[in-house]
Design a protein around this ligand. Structure first.
Ligand code: ZN
Length: 339
């Protein structure tokens, strides 16, 4: 899921916390879309054409592009050749997809460095993490190291403003395992193994995302945040029904202590939900081994869902982990008290 928080987030250091909160409450408006929807879905062709001055014509750019080719030069190209008026600046991620150079194996473009950063790439927060926003989380050390002391938001923002361009901070829920605190926040799969994704029921993870977006919105004069949380639902994950994953039905998440506690709070029997996924795992593994049910896979699976309340509870519960929190995450930004 990704969301765009749009609003006039003009903040200066002299304003008080109270006025800052009131400002965010009054200023932030939120629009959400599914991860699969391209940005232009916000402007379907059937929609009346908006004036050029209000329509967003944006592009995602990582810090390395500005480092390689120069801030003014990159903005020049985007503005003059692409009529870009909004920069979605990759500000936080540990994934190369949004912030690295060319994808390995693909041809480099005719500008920028032709050297792959596959080995030197690290990722993290390309702005400056201000410690006061991360007091309530183990995830404190996230500064991206590859560009030294460069603060990409502080550097690009004045240049973009000068040109009348908007700047949105792009924040992606992708992590690496060697970051301090990540291991304690990892999701747990059906077999009890830690995954590379972080549990959204873990209070450290919630405090981190809340701290990060609050930090960005209060420390910089940005126009909003683009939040990427590209996760499949638990049933799709178990079935491997995605173009980009293998079928690992036991890799479903999350069965950590925080999820167990949350299940109880939502009136869901955690153990029965887990049993439901274990039944699904057995069905999928048997299918992968060629053990065709007597009535065929579809009939078996249909009946399994109809007569498998344990599974349905489990599906509902694990989806809750993502959707409930993401909704809360966005609503937090509309509330006056972000702490
Ligand atoms: Zn969990």
């Amino acid at each position: 899921m990704m969301g765009i928080i749009r609003g006039s987030m003009r903040l200066h250091k002299h304003i008080t916390d109270r006025s800052r909160r009131r400002f965010i409450k009054n200023g932030a408006t939120i629009a959400a879309a599914t991860a699969a929807a391209p940005l232009m879905d916000y402007f379907p062709v059937s929609q009346p054409v908006q004036s050029v001055t209000t329509r967003i014509n944006g592009i995602q750019v990582g810090a390395v592009s500005f480092v390689d080719e120069g801030i003014e030069n990159v903005l020049d190209i985007l503005q003059k050749r692409g009529e870009i008026n909004s920069i979605f600046l990759t500000t936080f991620t540990y994934g190369r997809g949004l912030s690295g150079r060319q994808i390995p194996g693909e041809l480099f473009p005719d500008h920028g460095s032709p050297v792959s950063d596959e080995k030197s790439f690290h990722g993290g927060n390309y702005a400056t993490p201000h410690p006061e926003f991360y007091r309530n989380t183990l995830l404190k050390e996230t500064r991206a190291p590859e560009h030294g002391n460069l603060d990409i938001v502080a550097s690009v923002l004045p240049a973009a403003r000068k040109r009348g361009m908007k700047l949105f901070c792009s924040v992606e829920d992708v992590w690496r395992e060697d970051i301090p605190g990540v291991s304690d926040c990892a999701e747990i799969d059906l077999l009890g193994q830690k995954k590379r994704t972080l549990c959204l029921f873990n209070p450290n993870v919630r405090a981190f995302w809340t701290g990060l977006v609050t930090d960005l919105c209060t420390s910089y004069d940005i126009d909003g945040i683009l939040f990427f949380n590209e996760r499949n639902g638990s049933l799709i994950s178990a079935l491997g029904a995605s173009h980009s994953q293998n079928i690992v039905s036991s890799g479903v998440t999350c069965f950590c202590d925080h999820h167990q506690k949350a299940a109880k709070e939502h009136g869901i029997d955690f153990d029965r939900a887990k049993q439901g996924y274990q039944m699904l795992d057995q069905f999928i593994q048997a299918s992968l081994n060629g053990q065709r049910p007597a009535d065929g896979y579809y009939v078996e699976f249909s009946g399994f869902c109809r007569n498998g309340p344990k599974l349905l509870r489990g599906i509902k519960f694990l989806i809750l982990g993502n959707t409930r929190y993401l909704r809360r995450f966005m609503l937090l930004l509309k509330q006056s008290d972000l702490t």
